[in-house]
Ligand binder design. Structure first.
Ligand code: SF4
Length: 388
């Protein structure tokens, strides 16, 4: 039996294309804006969070892979909306097939990003992305490009069970190598890591090794989320793979028969997974976080210090620290990231008292940030001296 069913495109004109997020997505993708041209995806992966009730709005989730809504004015809207925004990282496009072969909207959106000089982040499962290597290279030369190739695992059994129609893993890895060869910062988005079947050391290390072998510099991992129809479909796929898995997943997600699952696995599970991935990445000389794009100019120091604060929130999550501590660093990261003046200048003139004027920054955080500013200054001095 074919895994393909009828496919329909519905062309729509949308009123707005860019979603402006309240804060950057640190310490994950570092994006402030997102703009995507299609709703629905032909690959129809069982675990896809976009099929969950939160993302499709009022649409019938069962049409997720048979009806693709095409925002045909996506490119013209992007050209209108983007010039009004600060130059922060934007995530645009969606290279799913056959929609993108036919409409070329993602390519059109890249041309806008290139013309306006914005830094770009892409997370993508389709190797069609390398069709647009010319534009990606131009954006990278003008600003910055970071790409995470989405690969949940390199195990063909799991691929068949949970994402039978998504592009082949080998083709995705070849795309990664082409991006790396073109000088683009690339890594793997290992999301979702499938609990209890794809989260052991062997599966994770295979992914880390494959990333390294194809020029990737990092592997970011994330657990499986469960939401609405997507949760039921994913659980059913797990049962078909191994009937015993169903009960084990129910237990992990605290999902009683007739009830609802937790949205994600417990914190202790996530922490164990994150630490294991961190150790494996270190073993193979890779990172478990995507390095942040730092724009030139006087506010670069704020971005660097905010990056450290965001990274600290992740470290604390892995340590399973108390929520209030994680939130303290997160709020400090937002404050520093969004402050309109250089915090290095503030510290130079007013010392730690000046840093404490920023919202959510008390004595202890001000002291920590002051230490980082001194290190940052030393590093800058060393870099400048080396350039002379
Ligand atoms: S390819 Fe990506 S967007 Fe499409 S169904 Fe699979 S996970 Fe979802």
């Amino acid at each position: 039996m074919s895994v393909y069913s009828a496919l329909e495109f519905q062309e729509v004109r949308t009123r707005k294309i860019v979603n402006v997020h309240k804060h950057v997505d640190g310490p994950w993708f570092w994006g402030k804006y997102t703009a995507h041209p299609y709703v629905g995806c032909r690959s129809g992966c069982q675990f896809c969070y976009s099929r969950g009730s939160r993302y499709l709005g009022r649409r019938d989730p069962d049409t997720f892979d048979t009806l693709i809504q095409v925002k045909i004015n996506a490119v013209e809207l992007l050209r209108k909306e983007l010039p009004r925004l600060e130059h922060e990282v934007i995530s645009v496009g969606d290279w799913q097939q056959p929609a993108e072969d036919r409409y070329l909207l993602s390519r059109g959106m890249l041309a806008v990003v290139r013309d306006l000089g914005f830094p770009l982040f892409i997370v993508e499962r389709s190797p069609l992305l390398v069709r647009d290597l010319d534009l990606l290279g131009e954006i990278n030369r003008g600003a910055w490009v970071g790409v995470l190739v989405s690969i949940s695992n390199v195990d063909p059994v799991l691929k068949r069970a949970f994402e039978p129609r998504s592009p082949g893993v080998k083709r995705r890895l070849q795309a990664m190598a082409k991006l790396a060869d073109a000088g683009i910062l690339v890594g793997t988005s290992m999301m979702p890591i499938l609990p209890l079947v794809g989260d052991d050391e062997g599966h994770l290390e295979d992914m880390v090794r494959a990333t390294k072998d194809h020029g990737g510099i990092c592997v970011l991992g994330g657990g499986l989320t469960m939401d609405g129809v997507q949760a039921k479909r994913t659980l059913e796929a797990a049962r078909r793979l191994d009937p015993a898995l169903k009960a084990r997943w129910r237990e992990l997600y605290d999902w009683e028969v007739g009830g609802k699952p937790s949205y994600g696995p417990p914190g202790a599970y996530n922490a164990r997974l994150g630490l294991l991935l961190r150790e494996l990445c270190a073993r193979h000389g890779l990172l478990d976080r995507l390095p942040r794009y730092i724009p030139p100019g006087p506010l670069a120091v704020n971005k660097r210090i905010a990056e450290r604060l965001f990274l600290k929130t992740y470290d604390l999550e892995l340590e399973q620290a108390k929520d209030y501590r994680i939130w303290a660093y997160r709020k400090a990261a937002w404050a520093v990231d969004e402050w309109p003046e250089s915090i290095a200048e503030i510290y130079k003139v007013q010392g730690e008292a000046g840093l404490r004027e920023l919202p959510g920054i008390g004595k202890s955080l001000a002291g920590e940030i002051a230490g980082w500013l001194r290190e940052d200054n030393n590093e800058l001095r060393i870099t400048t001296t080396n350039l002379e």
